[in-house]
Design a protein around this ligand. Structure first.
Ligand code: FAD
Length: 333
């Protein structure tokens, strides 16, 4: 389809209590810059049930306009209902580009919407820009994370991309001044081919908020086994930090996948990231290199993690971590 505007849309996914998922608000940060470069409006699209909180947050984090679809039918995510709503809106308003958070639901919704609109989608982006010709430059890891590919969609509109949570930071909230447009989209129940029968919460995943964490202490293969996470957890406890892990530790079954940082785990951006017994493979770095301060503890002085670390300790983590934990405890007391 042809774009009817130069507007850039950010789909702000909501939780069941109507609050926004962090990634939707994070995406308004690059969205603001890109919409300004494109010469269009930054529009947040909020679909859900009882979503006033999400609308307000979108409005105070830089959106010029918020398009809201608020209806009980959208309380639980279903591919069919959300796809119909989003495609209907895109066809009506004709944005030139649209960003969707690469959450489980976003990764499901994005491809469905792009295929219905017969346009392209770049999945799982980690960097964004607008080229001089007005196309979005969507950057994402390729070839197992060994290369970064920048992908353009010059011939079809809207250009769509999913973007990983935690890559961008939320802006400081400002004035609540966006124009709010309420759309009433009716979904025929027969169009929804799946039914939510029961919601089973993954309690472990709920308790591991890596993307929102200010401090993360991560363990890798160097911890040697599940019990090797004890000193990592002890340091995390005194710092009020969340425990992360490399894929090697997760694949070994020492800790659950909800702790994994990296290309196939979470992308994080804490103020402090402490990597313990992690070599610094490119796929791990893809998930944590934008942390403000990185500390690495590794017994191999040539480990690549020292290439991105602000502070490095060459040593055995089982000797270093207890001392560090004790000293921090003393300082705090
Ligand atoms: C498509 C793809 C996706 C991937 N996604 C991810 C991802 O999301 N996240 C991720 O982490 N990886 C990912 N990987 C795997 C990645 O390539 C590495 O294999 C992995 O990150 C290595 O984990 P590690 O650093 O813990 O282990 P290793 O590379 O084995 O490093 C262990 C480190 O511990 C140090 N060490 C050992 N004992 C001690 C000790 N007592 N004290 C201090 N240091 C010690 C060693 O010197 C070494 O540097 C992916 C790979 C592919 C191909």
């Amino acid at each position: 389809m042809e774009a009817k505007t130069k507007d850039l849309w950010v789909f702000v996914e909501t939780n069941e209590d109507g609050s926004p998922k962090n990634v939707g608000i994070e995406l308004l940060t690059p969205g603001r810059m890109m919409a300004d470069k494109q010469g269009g409006k930054l529009v947040a699209v909020v679909i859900g049930s009882g979503v006033d909180a999400a609308v307000r947050e979108a409005s105070t984090h830089g959106a010029d306009q918020v398009i809201v679809v608020d209806n009980e039918v959208f309380k639980h995510y279903t591919t069919d209902a959300y796809q119909i709503a989003l495609v209907t809106l895109v066809e009506k308003y004709g944005p030139t580009s649209m960003m969707i958070g690469a959450t489980n639901n976003g990764r499901d919704l994005g491809p469905r919407v792009s295929s219905r609109l017969q346009t392209g989608l770049t999945a799982d982006c980690t960097a964004l820009d607008i080229n001089d010709d007005g196309n979005v430059a969507w950057t994402r890891p390729a070839f197992g994370g060994n290369l970064m590919a920048t992908i353009l969609c010059p011939d079809h509109r809207p250009q769509i991309g999913t973007v990983r949570p935690g890559v961008f930071k939320k802006s400081e909230p400002g004035e609540d001044k966006a124009e709010i447009i309420r759309e009433d989209i009716q979904i025929d129940p027969s169009d929804i081919r799946t039914r939510v029968i029961e919601l089973i919460k993954d309690m472990d995943a709920e308790n591991v908020d890596l993307e929102g964490a200010e401090i993360i202490v991560s363990g890798g293969r160097g911890v040697g086994g599940p019990e090797g996470f004890a000193p990592v957890e002890a340091l995390a406890k005194v710092l009020g930090a969340t425990v992360g892990a490399s894929r090697a530790a997760v694949d070994s079954g020492w800790i659950s996948h909800s702790h994994q940082v990296g290309q196939t785990g979470k992308t994080v951006g804490p103020k402090l990231y402490i990597a313990c017994g992690i070599s610094g493979a490119i796929q791990h770095l893809a998930g944590m290199s934008s942390s403000d301060v990185i500390v690495a503890i590794n017994k191999d002085e040539d480990a690549p993690i020292f290439g991105v670390a602000d502070y490095g300790v060459v040593g055995d983590l089982f000797q270093v971590l207890p001392v560090l934990t004790e000293e921090i405890q003393k300082a705090r007391a």
